[in-house]
Ligand binder design. Structure first.
Ligand code: ADP
Ligand code: MG
Length: 283
């Protein structure tokens, strides 16, 4: 059995009261948005960069896109030029006080449901709530018809915020930094996903593993990608995101790389990834 294959479920029978999420049709013939979570419990692997730039690439192709910032660090919020400290309400209020998510959405290149540092307290505040794993699912339900894609950025942990993202998502994209390849980390993520499938969301699947921060000059990067492909086969995207300083420059200007340097290699790489995800959706 491969790393990401689904194990037979024993827990499923024990939780008959949990209503399975509706099966999303693949491709774009759906009635509500396709929800994609970007997850890897390791920090600095380009989760936020990938969430924003893939979202911007979908938007360029004419899709309606919402990004949800589920990281208390608020990097996604900041990378669209929004100051998290200026927010009166944010994802914390959506998850903990059930404020309408519409109140925390700002329209930029894509729509952004904003986060600030107070989100760090959400896991504890939610921990005693019944249905705590489904707070985000409930918050997104009324606005799903408004979008084609909802892209959720997650914090570098497998805690309740990430669990909320995986519970509402139909697809997970896993950015992996090839310099510091950690198989153990991916197995841990896979185990969490198995638990989510058994108890909360039978439909969530790995859409693909994305090699990021690839340094094409080094043999090590090449070997790391080969190792990834040996272990995860066609779950590794054909797209590669190479290292370039553009990714550090663009967020300072509050832009995606697609807007900051539209004809650059970085923008092209995320357009390619968007094409790959849209093609997979048609399979
Ligand atoms: P995470 O959300 O997983 O913590 P980020 O998306 O914030 O990771 O990326 C970590 C850092 O690496 C950021 O400073 C970002 O600008 C930078 N970065 C991301 N992708 C690239 C890339 N392809 N080339 C160079 N720097 C990158
Ligand atoms: Mg991040």
């Amino acid at each position: 059995m491969g790393f990401f294959e689904r194990k037979p479920s024993a827990m499923q029978q024990q939780t008959p009261s949990v209503t399975p999420a509706p099966v999303e049709p693949s491709g774009l013939e759906h009635t509500g948005a396709q929800v994609i979570a970007f997850a890897n419990q390791k920090g600095g692997v380009a989760k936020t960069t990938t969430t924003l730039n893939l979202a911007a690439a979908f938007s360029e192709k004419g899709h309606r896109v919402l990004c949800v910032d589920m990281d208390p660090q608020g990097n996604l919020t900041m990378s669209q030029g929004i100051d998290p400290d200026s927010l009166e309400v944010s994802m914390y209020d959506v998850l903990v006080h059930h404020t309408s998510i519409r109140e925390v959405i700002r329209r930029r290149e894509v729509d952004v449901a904003c986060a600030s540092i107070d989100l760090a307290g959400a896991e504890i505040a939610m921990s005693t709530q019944i249905g705590r794993e489904r707070s985000l699912e409930k918050a997104l339900a009324p606005i799903k018809p408004d979008y084609d894609f909802i892209c959720i950025d997650t914090p570098p942990s497998l805690g309740l915020l990430t669990i909320n993202a995986l519970t509402v998502a139909s697809k997970v994209i896993v950015p992996v930094q090839c310099e510091y390849l950690s198989m153990r980390g991916l197995i841990q993520l896979q185990n969490t996903l198995s638990m989510i499938r058994e108890n909360l969301n039978p439909n969530v699947q790995i859409e693909g593993i994305l090699p990021t921060l690839v340094d094409t000059r080094t043999v090590h990067a090449k070997e790391a990608i080969e190792l990834l492909e040996e272990n995860f086969g066609d779950r590794v995207f054909a797209s590669r995101i190479t290292k370039t300083v553009r990714f550090a420059e663009a967020p300072v200007k509050g832009m995606s790389v697609l807007k900051y340097d539209p004809d650059g290699k970085a923008a092209y790489a995320y357009r390619e990834l968007a094409r790959e995800v849209l093609e997979n959706g048609k399979r």
